[in-house]
Design a protein around this ligand. Structure first.
Ligand SMILES: Nc1nc2c(ncn2[C@@H]2O[C@H](COP(=O)(O)OP(=O)(O)O)[C@@H](O)[C@H]2O)c(=O)[nH]1
Ligand SMILES: [Mg+2]
Length: 362
């Protein structure tokens, strides 16, 4: 009986089990197996933007068909974004000025789906601009956008002349600012180096989507965990009572402790650094995180504080596992910045894929 158990448990040497040609086949299969990276994090943290950046870097410009569907999406982002954003503002006790209330009642109608090649509806060009320039909407942004109006509104509404031109074709920057609420799982394969592919998996981050994460964990070499750094003064879309950053910290802890990710490299991207740097000038972290001791309006101190919060959680979760904490500050809409961050992610993922049995050195 003892001998039997030991013969099952004893790891057999490679050469004992496989013939030479089988060994060669296994090696080839291992070489071809893609390096798998999961993009995880709350909704709106920037996962799909990273996915688009990787698509741009590896496959070149967007096709005519992709560009056309992004053009239609941008129209909806502006119209729906203004309507939903201003409604959220109302719910927080703010409103547009008296003379623009009537406009708000009709703004919902702007957001119909455009047909292929149908230009933006020019009759809405000025009402959109008036709503955007409403002093109360502008004051909301200027004071740190606590009501959580979509950040891409500020990008698109500064470009209304270009967007409403009949010949408007979205640029890469326009496409990177477009937002679609992801549901389900998007996957793409990129060539990393000869004989080695990268499988990038983008999974929806809203609360209802998170239970899918576990099912994608199988064979994952790395988790890129994304956080909206600028969400420290905002609540979740799906739960007005929960602060976005608190939710991200909880989610980070759950993910770090999840047994199905125990052998996976974790890389934290504290994203939307550009929005954070502007916002920090007007919205003090201490108003939302009372234990923040740094000076108000100091982006470096703010970045250090949040990095420390995430690092403390990782250290506690990883103690038994000798795992390393990797963190980068990113702006996902900035192609050069993401090229650099993702190059570092790929190096770590490749190291893990080449030697997954080795725990990461501290
Ligand atoms: N300014 C700015 N906008 C960003 C950044 N990252 C993402 N966004 C925008 O935030 C919105 C949500 O991003 P998305 O990638 O769709 O988030 P996801 O829900 O995690 O997939 C989109 O409109 C993006 O263009 C960033 O670093 N800076
Ligand atoms: Mg997404």
């Amino acid at each position: 009986m003892g001998a039997c158990v030991s013969s099952i448990n004893r790891p057999r040497k490679y050469s004992e089990v496989l013939s030479e040609s089988e060994q060669e086949k296994t090696i080839q299969a291992a070489v071809r197996r893609p390096v798998k990276i999961l993009l995880l994090g709350s909704s709106g943290s920037g996962k799909t933007t990273i996915f688009k950046q990787m698509r741009l870097v590896h496959y070149g410009p967007f096709t005519r068909q992709e560009t056309e569907s992004y053009r239609q999406l941008i129209y909806l982002n502006i119209t729906d974004g203004l309507h939903a954003g201003i409604s959220r503002m109302n719910a927080s006790g703010f409103s547009v000025t008296e003379e623009n209330r009537e406009l708000l009642r009709t703004v919902a109608e702007y957001g119909h789906d455009l047909k292929d090649d149908e230009p933006f509806l020019t009759e809405y060009r000025h009402p959109i601009e008036w709503l955007w320039k409403d002093p109360n909407v502008q004051a909301m942004y200027a004071n740190g956008n606590q009501a959580g109006l979509p950040e891409n509104l500020s990008y698109f509404c500064q470009n209304l002349d270009r967007l409403f031109n009949r010949r408007f074709v979205p640029s890469n920057q326009d496409i990177l600012h477009a937002h679609v609420r992801s549901t389900g799982i998007a996957k793409a394969c990129f060539s990393l180096q000869p004989g080695r592919d990268l499988l990038l998996v983008d999974i929806g981050g809203s609360r209802s989507e998170r239970r899918k994460w576990r099912h994608c964990a199988d064979g994952a070499n790395a988790v890129v965990f994304m956080v909206n750094l600028a969400g420290y003064n905002q609540s979740l879309r799906e739960d007005e009572d929960t602060n976005q950053m608190e939710d991200a910290l909880d989610l980070w802890e759950q993910t770090c402790r999840a047994p199905w990710f125990r052998d996976t490299v974790f890389i934290l991207l504290l994203n939307q650094n550009d929005v954070f740097e502007e916002k920090i000038m007007r919205s003090n972290i201490k108003d939302f995180f009372p234990d923040y001791k740094g000076p108000a309006g100091n982006a470096d101190a703010g970045r250090r504080y949040f990095k420390d919060r995430f690092r403390t959680i990782a250290r506690e979760a990883f103690t038994a596992q000798n795992r390393q904490f990797y963190c980068h500050f990113t702006t996902a809409t900035n192609t050069m910045n993401i090229r650099l961050a993702m190059a570092a992610v790929q190096v770590l993922s490749l190291q893990h894929a080449s030697n997954p049995a080795n725990p990461q050195a501290l």
